[in-house]
Write a new protein. Structure first.
Length: 294
């Protein structure tokens, strides 16, 4: 018990000093927009190796990269609001059996403050690009991640099991989102605003990874073998959320901007992604918490 409380106090103290919320908040308010720099990394596009992309004009590529930044930020908002916050709320309400619950409430509440700031950053960052690039609002309506979470929740019947599935998805997401952010946060060639916003988010996620590792390690002590297996499986299923290429969203955008031969480009890019890096991330988390590797 003392070890748990000590870890909680360490996380809380680190948050008070280092969280973006406590260090000026959303950096988009203080950064200038550079119209000459691209808004996203070409190498992160799911179709960057397709011949249709390679042969496209610079102007249509630039527009596509701007929409990639917008998609990235909108997906970030969905991750925060649909995957992470519902679990935070259930922890605050005491719907998970946890030791030192009062102290855990404190660090989870701090994480919720961060998620609100991240949502603000993503909204401002996406809208800034829309404004300065004079782009039309994107026309897609949903992301795969919401559909997949709903599918996983519908696969179990009781409220208790649904909360375990949601916990597994959230814990895996807080680990996997760091890799999701890292390449953009450390990029040299892209728009400074895009880089700084992502770096700020990535900095906070290092704290959150510790919060959810602690919650997971604590929660599994109170679970049956069946419940542990359910939690474990949901964490592996969460890999699909981050590995998915969101080609449905891209189809909407590429149609909207009239990208030449976009259907064949997406078809050529539809192979299953390499999930090795995501699987390794989940397995590192499982090793830290003592939950058996699948």
């Amino acid at each position: 018990m003392d070890k748990i409380v000590g870890s909680i106090e360490k996380i809380s103290s680190f948050w008070k000093v280092n969280a973006i919320a406590n260090n000026g908040g959303d950096p988009t308010f203080n950064l200038c927009f550079d119209k000459e720099s691209p808004d996203f990394l070409e190498e992160l596009l799911p179709f960057c190796m397709a011949e249709e992309w390679k042969n496209a004009s610079k102007s249509i590529k630039d527009i596509t990269l701007s929409y990639a930044w917008i998609i990235y930020n909108h997906k970030t908002i969905y991750i925060e609001s649909d995957l992470i916050l519902p679990v935070c709320v259930d922890i605050i309400k005491g719907l998970y059996v946890l030791d030192s619950h009062e102290q855990i409430q404190g660090i989870v509440a701090q994480a919720m403050v961060d998620e609100a700031v991240h949502t603000q950053m993503s909204i401002n960052a996406a809208n800034t690009v829309l404004k300065f690039r004079e782009l039309a609002e994107p026309e897609y309506t949903h992301f795969f991640l919401t559909e997949w979470r709903n599918h996983l929740l519908s696969s179990v019947s009781t409220d208790e099991d649904k909360r375990l599935v949601a916990l597994g998805i959230a814990c895996a997401s807080e680990t996997l989102v760091t890799a999701y952010l890292e390449k953009i946060a450390t990029a040299i060639s892209i728009q400074r605003l895009c880089k700084e916003v992502t770096a700020a988010h990535a900095s906070d996620e290092l704290i959150h990874s510790g919060v959810f590792t602690l919650v997971l390690k604590n929660a599994i002590q109170h679970l049956s073998e069946r419940e542990r297996r359910l939690l474990l499986n949901s964490m592996y299923e969460a890999i699909a959320i981050f590995a998915n290429k969101e080609l449905g969203v891209w189809s909407c955008i590429l149609s909207q901007i009239k990208f030449p031969s976009y259907k064949s480009m997406l078809m050529a890019s539809s192979a299953k992604p390499d999930i090795t890096v995501y699987t390794a991330g989940v397995e590192r988390l499982l090793k830290r918490t003592g939950l058996a590797v699948k």
